[in-house]
Design a protein around this ligand. Structure first.
Ligand code: ATP
Ligand code: MG
Length: 567
């Protein structure tokens, strides 16, 4: 552990009005500990959930291959294998882009990739029972070598989503579908919307996002924020079988650019905010904005819900080509829905929502911080725009017990607040620290690392944000992946020392994440806050390609318990 600097503490005493001067005590954390839930398993998953790839519907609706070919405007060619039906005569019961996930009756989409072409795995797909291959001219010959019928199109990825929707019989069409996009707050807002759907609508609900997929009470771990189009449509089909009537999902900018939501038109699309992120994927902010703006066109949604407090949200208002409903947590009078009389608390915020027809809705953001007022207002506005009763929706949102890894509280009876948060971008680190600052007059001891093999440009700014806004800034490892953890830490430290000494907290470098958490805990006094940021719900730490079990929530709890025993 390297102690770099001492706290210059004159600069951060900005507790909100009305706060208990003694700070939080154990009993202040609320009578019922919030249980965000068990993320590890789907208790009553059917056997399909254990196979690779997305779950599949139990009762597929076979589609003739000839009809699918007709929709693409191509003819199936090849098909010499004696084991399959003649060209055009096969029935397709599923579709996947992953050869390992092929099931009998599937159309295998062989896509070009950075290192391999999916057609290299066409034989494996055929062995698993694929009845045909969809590919591009570069893959056509290899696909034909399997003897399966081949559908050749210039860009299979561009048609895959629409085709998957046809293969599964338009599975999402009868449901109310709400999509959420933005740089920060998608996961949180999606859980809040799910709560509102549960509270205000009949029928089962579903959620698809970074942490998990939820189908009614079933839970599945997610591989990515927005599944690939073939998996997404299969999930819709499973949801239809389970009686799901409404669903909310996160829509990442990658998903929009890579066509993962092709074949789905959202009834309501939500835009939270935009700040620099994913610059390794987008060529700049303009490209990033344009990717997000796609969601607000008739091809992808029927109605948009847009944050007027965000600069890019205001720009979207001018550029979107679907009808829009706007909201403002900062109370802008030109917004359709706005928040008023916000009373921020340690665990939540209470406020009134004023609607376009003078509606007055009593709302509770079930997570602390101003940005969660924005997320909550976004959720209520989206639900109201979807036709739900706003107060019933707000009540459902208020009842959300927590969001895994998003300001998730760890309570082991300690006399201070301890939270785990997924903030892993500069903007989020700043927001979460500023939000926590408004809830305490005590000190904030924060732990943060930056991931390896990802955007390097944010390491310095994240180190600087932590040093500037926390009283104790413990710089540590996130998922170093293939990089040297000390190299990552050096970049974070570089940012931290760029903050003038009078404006920065006590900066400590501890490469071992569990030890770093213990350092933060050791600094905590009654009324303080310990924040472990960056990994949120994640359950492993990737060091040199080996993923070891690591859950910030468990590590934090263990550190607090150990610390309490030593007292
Ligand atoms: N509206 C918001 N504005 C700024 N920061 C936010 C907002 N909502 C959440 N955050 C911060 O960003 C972190 C990530 O939030 P969340 O997971 O809800 O967003 P996300 O958009 O789904 O992120 P990702 O794209 O990484 O999955 C939170 O842990 C919190 O620190
Ligand atoms: Mg997310």
């Amino acid at each position: 552990m390297i102690s770099v600097d001492r706290l210059a503490d004159q600069h951060r005493r900005t507790a909100g009005p009305g706060r208990d001067p003694l700070g939080p005590r154990p009993g202040d954390f609320g009578p019922e500990p919030r249980q965000p839930g068990n993320l590890t398993a789907v208790p009553n998953a059917d056997h399909t959930l254990r196979q690779p790839g997305a779950p599949r519907p139990a009762h597929p609706r076979p589609q003739p291959l000839a009809e699918l070919a007709g929709r693409l405007g191509v003819a199936a060619t090849g098909g010499s294998s004696p084991s399959v039906a003649p060209v055009g005569g096969a029935d397709v019961t599923g579709i996947t882009h992953d050869s390992r996930a092929v099931r009998p009756g599937d159309l295998y989409a062989a896509l070009p990739g950075a290192r391999f072409h999916g057609a290299d795995f066409a034989a494996q797909a055929a062995d698993s029972g694929a009845v045909a291959v969809l590919t591009d001219p570069a893959g056509a010959e290899r696909a034909a070598a399997t003897g399966l019928p081949v559908l050749t199109v210039p860009d299979p990825r561009a048609v895959m989503g629409e085709l998957a929707a046809v293969v599964y019989g338009g599975p999402g069409e009868g449901m109310l579908r709400i999509g959420v996009t933005g740089t920060s707050g998608k996961t949180t807002t999606a859980y809040l919307i799910e709560g509102g759907l549960r509270g205000a609508r009949h029928g089962a609900t579903a959620l698809i996002g970074t942490v998990e997929t939820r189908i009614g009470e079933e839970r599945l771990k997610s591989e990515r924020t927005t599944p690939e189009a073939t998996d997404l449509q299969a999930l819709f089909a499973v949801m239809r079988e389970r009686g799901v009537e409404s669903l909310v999902m996160e829509v990442s900018s990658h998903a929009l650019v890579l066509g993962r939501v092709d074949g789905a038109v959202f009834d309501v699309a939500v835009f939270n905010n935009l700040s620099p992120e994913h610059m390794e994927f987008h060529s700049g902010m303009e490209d990033y904005f344009q990717a997000k703006a796609q969601l607000f066109t008739p091809r992808r949604s029927r109605l948009g819900v847009v944050n007027l407090d965000d600069e890019y949200g205001r720009r979207l208002v001018a550029e979107a080509t679907v009808p829009l409903v706007t909201y403002s947590a900062e109370g802008r009078l030109d917004a359709d829905w706005r928040a008023e009389d916000v009373q921020a608390g340690l665990l939540d915020s209470r406020f009134t929502v004023i609607g376009p027809k003078g509606e007055h809705v009593q709302a509770v953001a079930p997570l602390p911080g101003p940005f969660n007022v924005a997320n909550t207002l976004a959720a209520i506005t989206a639900l109201a725009a979807a036709g739900l009763d706003p107060q019933a929706a707000a009540d459902g949102v208020a009842a959300v017990p927590g969001v895994p890894g998003r300001l998730e509280r760890v309570d082991a009876g300690q006399p201070y607040l301890a939270v785990v948060d997924y903030a892993h971008k500069t903007d989020a680190v700043e927001s979460v620290l500023r939000a926590l600052r408004t809830t305490t007059q005590g000190r904030i001891h924060a732990v943060l690392g930056c991931g390896g093999d990802r955007d390097r440009t944010k390491r310095g700014p994240m180190g600087a944000a932590l040093a500037r806004l926390a009283d104790t800034a413990v710089l540590t490892s996130d998922n170093p992946r293939s990089e040297d953890p000390l190299v990552i830490l050096a970049a974070m430290l570089d940012g931290a020392v760029g903050v003038p000494a009078t404006e920065r907290g006590h900066v400590i470098v501890e490469p071992d994440r569990a030890a770093a958490v213990a350092v933060a805990v050791a600094h905590a006094r009654p009324g303080d806050i310990v924040l472990v940021a960056g990994k949120g719900h994640e359950q492993g730490q990737d060091i040199a390609g080996e993923v070891r079990p690591f859950d910030d929530r468990e590590v934090l709890r263990a550190a607090i318990e150990k610390d309490q025993k030593q007292l």
